[in-house]
Design a protein around this ligand. Sequence first.
Ligand SMILES: C[S@@+](CC[C@H](N)C(=O)[O-])C[C@H]1O[C@@H](n2cnc3c(N)ncnc32)[C@H](O)[C@@H]1O
Length: 211
Amino acid sequence: MKSKQIEKYILNHTKEEDSLLAELSRETNLKVMYPRMLSGHLQGKFLEMTSCMINPKAILEIGTYTGYSAICLAKGLSDDGVLHTIEINQELQSFSDKYFDKAGLKFKIQQHIGSALDIIPHLDDIFDLVFIDADKENYLNYYKLVFDKVKTGGFILADNALWDGKVTNNPDQHDKETKGIVEFNKYIQQDKNVENMLLPLRDGIMMVRKL
Ligand SMILES: C[S@@+](CC[C@H](N)C(=O)[O-])C[C@H]1O[C@@H](n2cnc3c(N)ncnc32)[C@H](O)[C@@H]1O
């Protein structure tokens, strides 16, 4: 009960969801499978705020889905900045593309269709900010692939770091996604090249700063 009241209070004291993002969210819920994957209002605002604080020249997002988090992140880009976003499901491209256009951000967003494991090695930019939000079993692979492409002082954020609380279950009960997240969190915690914190927002966001 108390947590519901707190949640309501938090939402009442966070700027209203942008009408375009609300429309994107509605259309995703109506037409696309697994709408729970979308970042949503609070997390979206957090991503937007973080990006505005960094004012990045280059952002990489792994896992576009319908484009909600990409739009939030792109809002903080510098005037000449670019956001690369990678999505394996080609069927989602026209949906996210429509909203990038409506948001007036299409010229700053470069969409890549295919597996991030294949695409990341071909990206030449050095990133100020990376958002990992694709298949959980590859989180550590993505981290290792992007690490040298992140500038010193740059940030890597990874969604679902708590994986619905399953990270605290007995390891015998871990499915492949939980194993992927647990392995990723453990690696980061032991990585001497970074500073990190696990932010308990929504499903947990691992925040990493490259030293
Ligand atoms: C949780 S959703 C992303 C949600 C989105 N970032 C947001 O907040 O609205 C994860 C997405 O990653 C995509 N994905 C899964 N495996 C992938 C891969 N190997 N490469 C690129 N995208 C992948 C899925 O198709 C799905 O659309």
